[in-house]
Design a protein around this ligand. Structure first.
Ligand code: AHM
Ligand code: MG
Length: 349
């Protein structure tokens, strides 16, 4: 069977223009901002694919604000995103996993009405071993009348995001995006020179028999998570009456992309290693954008009993427990959390 290489492809610009012109879902300034983020992701994709030959694998010898060792590509990706987005006139400020505080738009450029947050390169432990990594981003509206933009303007619950997405750098470079009206997936096409629509109206199946969690932390989990995973592991002989499969890439972008592609449940829950921390993943630029995408694709995203998108943030780099994916499984996890001792520490979030 021949492969049709001349299909009428819809590229990212056309899809965004149709959202703006035909559906009135986004203003032109948000369209231009998203196009600029996508161009930055294209540049990061190229830097990642050439990392070995251009000598930028490995660590930099420095730590970021969260005390994590920075990889050279973490810093390159961060710089690409900052530079690509500061001159366009659509942003008031940016915040990043790699920066302690916000990056305001230099005075020589016009200031816009949006705030952009990102994890420039998610999946640090996979950077040097040629396994899928990615960029996660979230867009908020700056509160009206804000004269001098500060970190406090970013502290809005995730349900207020006006756009969110991620880009995976794997066998294909894939951009997955929501502007609050469903989820669309675009794939980088080298002939086209940009992203083309590969799936629109992405939907996560309600049911699944696949879970994703770092099992090495099992002894540290809270009882509701332990109960849920124990029941999955018991398979057809246990209360679930079904065998479950497990997948764990170790890059949130790749694990969530699998959930958005064929269903599943992804967990990075609170655990007892650092009991005062809500979880490992960061709320503002990891949990929130993924939660919006998952909900827009018909799934659920919770931190325990609470919906992730309803968490009132208190800090740019705060952590959150994350459990997201196919509705039936996440609803069961929520029930198990609701049934646990209400005074237990693990009801955080
Ligand atoms: P990073 O943003 O520094 O890469 O950390 C986040 C990553 C996620 O991509 C992944 O789900 C998780 O941390 C893996 O953590 P661990 O190796 O502790 O299981
Ligand atoms: Mg990350």
């Amino acid at each position: 069977m021949g492969i049709d290489t001349h299909r009428d492809q819809i590229n990212l610009s056309r899809w965004l223009i149709e959202q703006e012109r035909n559906h009135g879902r986004i203003p032109g300034s948000l369209r231009l901002l998203i196009e600029q983020v996508a161009r930055a992701c294209q540049r990061i994709s190229r830097a990642v694919s050439r990392a070995a030959s251009s000598g930028v694998l490995g660590s930099l010898g420095s730590e970021n604000i969260q005390g994590e060792v920075q990889k050279k590509l973490d810093v390159i990706a961060n710089d690409v995103l900052l530079q690509a987005n500061e001159w366009g006139g659509h942003l008031a400020a940016m915040a990043s996993e790699e920066l302690e505080t916000i990056h305001t738009i230099p005075h020589r450029f016009p200031r816009g009405e949006y705030l952009l947050m990102f994890d420039p390169l998610d999946g640090s432990s996979n950077i040097d071993v040629n396994v899928t990594i990615g960029t996660i981003f979230s867009v908020l509206h700056l509160a009206e009348g804000a004269a001098n933009v500060g970190p406090e303007h970013f502290l809005q619950p995730g349900r207020k995001q006006v756009a969110a997405g991620y880009c995976t750098y794997g066998p294909q470079t894939t951009l997955v995006l929501t502007v609050g009206h469903g989820v669309a997936e675009f794939t980088l096409d080298f002939d086209e020179g940009g992203f083309v629509l590969s799936r629109d109206h992405v939907q996560i199946p309600r049911t699944t028999h696949e879970f994703s969690i770092n099992m090495s932390n099992m002894r540290h989990w809270a009882p509701p998570v332990r109960r849920y995973i124990d029941e999955c592991l018991a398979g057809s002989l246990g209360p679930r009456g079904n065998d479950f499969n497990m997948r764990w890439v170790g890059s949130m972008v790749a694990d969530v992309h699998r959930v958005l592609s064929r269903g599943g449940v992804f967990l990075y829950p609170w655990d007892a290693r650092e009991p005062d921390r809500a979880g490992k993943l960061r709320l503002m630029y990891e949990a929130n954008p993924m939660a919006l995408l998952v909900e827009q694709a018909g799934g659920m995203a919770i931190a325990g009993t609470a919906r992730i998108l309803d968490i009132e943030p208190t800090g740019l780099h705060q952590r959150a427990a994350v459990m997201l994916g196919s509705t039936e499984e996440v609803a069961l996890l929520q029930r198990y959390h609701a049934e646990q001792d209400p005074h237990s520490h693990t009801t955080i979030g």
